[in-house]
Write a protein that binds this ligand. Structure first.
Ligand SMILES: Cc1cc2nc3c(=O)[nH]c(=O)nc-3n(C[C@H](O)[C@H](O)[C@H](O)COP(=O)(O)OP(=O)(O)OC[C@H]3O[C@@H](n4cnc5c(N)ncnc54)[C@H](O)[C@@H]3O)c2cc1C
Length: 229
C-alpha cells in the first residue's frame, strides 16, 4: 500500500492556535497568525485537546493519495463520513487481470496451502472477468465476479479533528490490520507536517485509558511502538 500526502493546509499548528485565540483577543486573525510562535501554539493546542474544544482543529485539512488498498479496507474507510473521497471506478476503469492487483492478507501469505487456494481463486475470478468483458458484458456488471480483496486507489481529505477521531479508532489493535496500517502511514505523514497537532494522536491506551468495552489486552507502550512496530 502506498500513501502519500498530496496537499495540506500551510502552517497548520499556528493556524489552529491562532483560530482558537481569536475567541480571547481583540486583534485581527491575520495579526494573530503572524504573532503565533511555536511554544505558544504548543501550549494552547494541548489545552484545547485536553478540554475537548476541537472546533479549531477543523480549519486544517490533509489530502492523501492512497494506492493499493483493498476494497475490503476502503469499504471501512468510507464509513468515516466527515471525510471527502474520490475512488477509482470499476465501472469506467478496466480491471486488467493481474495477481498483484489483489491484496494478500499476511495470514494467507504465510501459509503455503492457503496461498495456493487463494491464488487459484483469484486467477479464476480475474479470468472470468476478462471473458465476460470479451463477450460484451459491461465492466460495471463483469466486476461483480472480482474478489473483495481487489486493490483500489483513492484521494481522501480529512480535517485535523476527524483525523484525531480516525486515529483513535483505526490505530487501535482491535481495528482490522489493513486499515490500521493505512492509519499508521497517515499519522507518520501528519506528524512530519504538524508535530504539535498530532503530538497526542492514537488510541486511548497510549495515553493510559483504553476506550473499548472489550480491550485487546495488549496496550501500546509508547508512540514509537505505534508508529514503527
Ligand atoms: C474496530 C471497529 C470495528 C467495527 N465494526 C463494525 C461492524 O461490525 N459493523 C459496522 O457496521 N461498522 C463497524 N465499524 C464502523 C463504525 O461503526 C463506524 O461506522 C466507523 O468507525 C466510523 O466512525 P464514526 O461514525 O464515529 O465516524 P465519522 O463518520 O468519521 O464521524 C465522526 C463523528 O462525527 C459525528 N457524526 C458523524 N455523522 C453523524 C451523524 N449523522 N449524526 C450524529 N453525529 C455524527 C459523530 O460524533 C462521529 O463519531 C467498526 C469500526 C471499528 C473501529
Amino acid at each position: 500500500m502506498d500513501v502519500i500526502l498530496l496537499s495540506y493546509t500551510p502552517n497548520p499548528d499556528a493556524l489552529i492556535a491562532a483560530s482558537a485565540r481569536i475567541c480571547y483577543r481583540d486583534i485581527t486573525a491575520s495579526d494573530l497568525l503572524k504573532s503565533e510562535e511555536e511554544a505558544l501554539s504548543r501550549k494552547l493546542i494541548a489545552e484545547l485537546f485536553a478540554s475537548g474544544h476541537m472546533s479549531a482543529f477543523e480549519h486544517v485539512s490533509f489530502t492523501f493519495g492512497i494506492d493499493g488498498l483493498s476494497r475490503v479496507a476502503s469499504h471501512q474507510l468510507v464509513r468515516h463520513r466527515v471525510a471527502s473521497f474520490n475512488q477509482q471506478s470499476q465501472r469506467y476503469v478496466s480491471m486488467t487481470p493481474d495477481p498483484d492487483a489483489v491484496i494478500i492478507p499476511p495470514a494467507i501469505k504465510a501459509n503455503p496451502d492457503a496461498l495456493r487456494l487463494y491464488s487459484e481463486a483469484v486467477r479464476h475470478s480475474q479470468e472470468t472477468y476478462r471473458e465476460l468483458c470479451a463477450i460484451g458484458i459491461p465492466k460495471e456488471d463483469a466486476r461483480f465476479i472480482l474478489p473483495h480483496g481487489h486493490s483500489t486507489r483513492l484521494v481522501m481529505t480529512m480535517n485535523a479533528r476527524e483525523l484525531h477521531h480516525f486515529f483513535g479508532l483505526r490505530l487501535c489493535r482491535r481495528a482490522q490490520w489493513e486499515i490500521r496500517e493505512l492509519a499508521r502511514k497517515m499519522l507518520v505523514l501528519c506528524r512530519e507536517k504538524a508535530p504539535v497537532i498530532f503530538d497526542k494522536a492514537g488510541p486511548g491506551c497510549i495515553f493510559g485509558k483504553c476506550g473499548e468495552a472489550r480491550t485487546c489486552g495488549n496496550p501500546y507502550k509508547n508512540m514509537e511502538e505505534l508508529l514503527f512496530a
